[in-house]
Design a binder for this molecule. Structure first.
Ligand code: NAD
Length: 464
């Protein structure tokens, strides 16, 4: 693996900067690797390579592209254990979640796109018009650190299946796992220039991608503030933008819910990946009749979450990704102004750990109920009836996900009224081929499955 190189035009090449950036293990505070600090010039080289490869890749029949994605899946699958270990090291995800989610999910998504492309949907006619779907063009993909391979694959696999070529910039905090994908792409024999990697900072490499005149579409996952900057940069040339941004999702526990399951699954969801999950149910909304029991149960559940070494089988909460993120989360806890019922427990001295924390009696208008904390911090509040639950849940500038627990028909009626891109009823599992994305300031567009593919396509009507 060439961690000291960029991947441009099918070759491992040096950055024009000659500089590198350190990658830290957040559980030990040790530097574990260095990657190139890419430049605007590197982005330009990568975009040129992607542009040169575009015509050939766009004209390659979709089924052939699907077959190549199948080979990529095979090459990446052979690296599954390495993926889990790498994400454990650079992000601190506990081993079990690293294996099942950080490695398992992107492999499932990649397999799904290989299958989707291998069996293309027949073209449709509307009256005397033939409707054809064509690739958007050169895609700039900019991704965050919390699910560092999944977020890359959700973009790259869909874009490649659609016939786009890609320049990827992974997060500077977790760039290592992307190298495993590029190693696999090199082995699978993707045509030169179809998939390119430029590592570096957001302000240098990310901004250069978002503002590049020859990038037809920017697909971004990250914070709402950065998404706004990316949108502005792309607007100057009317480039297409897809945004997957933050969230402040509500888990609504109705009066007829299975309380124990709803609370235990709810705490697990809020604390997944140390709470560094965009869809995390960080607000628990409980019917007043069940409220005291729910608070007690949530506190006990949170206290059972052991914090520590991600490679220790008993660990449920790894560190936060960086010192900055740890300090930010501590700030939210200090300013919470609500009743802490779990938290403040001992955590290892070294590493950026925060104990699982639960606040009760949280004011729905407070900072803790409105802002994305991105740490293991749950805010519990009471509601009076279904109407009140919907009102509190929708009182957010975000609209990414949510959960509802109760009698299925009643829960479905509540789910229909939530202004969010996804809702899970009674703990139903995540579906990696269902559309994923946000309402309001949680984003624009959808990823995953056929909806994710469509994001990377233009639609043409040919009259005949
Ligand atoms: P971030 O916005 O700081 O960074 C995301 C990416 O953007 C990084 O690669 C970064 O280098 C780059 N970037 C930074 N400044 C840039 C600029 N000016 N121009 C272009 N690129 C720039 O976000 P993060 O801290 O890495 O990730 C956490 C955030 O991501 C959270 O808000 C979380 O909710 C969100 N997120 C959303 C989803 C989703 O699908 N909705 C998924 C995961 C994470």
């Amino acid at each position: 693996m060439n961690r000291d190189s960029l991947y441009i035009g099918g070759r491992w090449v040096s950055s024009t900067s000659g500089h590198t950036m350190a990658v830290e293990n957040p559980a030990t505070e040790e530097i574990i690797a260095h990657v190139p600090a890419g430049t605007g010039e590197d982005v330009h080289r990568a975009v040129s390579a992607a542009r040169a490869a575009f015509d050939g890749w766009a004209r390659t029949p979709m089924a052939e592209r699907g077959a190549l994605l199948g080979k990529l899946h095979e090459a990446l699958s052979a690296r599954a254990a390495d993926i889990a270990k790498t994400v454990g090291l650079e992000l601190g995800t506990p081993l079990k979640v690293a294996k099942n989610v950080q490695a398992g999910l992107p492999l499932a998504v990649l397999r799904g796109y290989a299958d989707l492309a291998a069996d293309p949907v027949p073209e449709e006619s509307i009256g005397h018009s033939l409707i054809v779907h064509e690739p958007v063009g050169v895609v700039g993909a900019i991704t965050p650190w919390n699910y560092p391979l999944h977020q890359v694959v959700a973009k790259v696999a869909a874009a490649l299946a659609a016939g786009c070529t890609v320049v990827l910039k992974p997060s500077e905090l977790t760039p290592l796992v992307a190298y495993l994908l590029f190693d696999a792409a090199d082995e699978a024999g993707l045509p030169d220039g179809v998939l390119n990697l430029v590592t570096g900072t957001g302000t240098e490499v990310g901004a250069a991608i978002a503002g590049h005149p020859d990038v037809d579409m920017v697909s971004f996952t990250g914070s709402t503030a950065t998404g706004r900057a990316v949108s502005h940069a792309a607007a100057d040339r009317i480039a297409r933008v897809a945004l997957e941004l933050g969230g402040k999702s509500a888990n609504i526990i109705l009066s007829d819910a299975d309380l124990t399951k709803a609370v235990k699954v709810g705490v697990g969801n809020a604390f997944l990946n140390s709470g560094q999950t965009c869809t995390a149910w960080t607000r628990m909304l409980v019917h007043r009749d069940l409220y005291d029991s729910a608070v007690e149960l949530a506190a006990a559940t949170a206290q059972g979450y052991r914090t520590g070494d991600p490679f220790d089988e008993g660990t449920r909460l790894g560190p936060l990704v960086s010192a900055g993120q740890r300090d930010r989360v501590r700030g939210f806890i200090e300013r919470a102004g609500a009743r802490m019922v779990a938290g403040a427990a001992d955590v290892p001295d070294k590493g950026y750990f925060v104990a699982g924390t639960v606040f009760a009696d949280v004011d729905p208008a407070s900072e803790l109920a409105q802002e994305e904390v991105f740490g293991p911090v749950l805010a519990i509040m009471a509601f009076d009836d279904d109407e009140d639950a919907v009102r509190i849940a929708n009182n957010s500038r975000y609209g990414l996900a949510g959960g509802v627990w109760g009698e299925p028909e009643r829960a479905l009626a509540v789910a229909r009224r939530l202004r969010t891109g996804a809702v899970d009823l009674n703990g139903a599992a995540f579906n990696p081929v269902a559309p994923f994305g946000g309402y309001k300031q949680s984003g624009v567009g959808r990823e995953l499955g056929s909806y994710g593919l469509a994001e990377f396509q233009q639609t043409k009507a040919i009259q005949r």
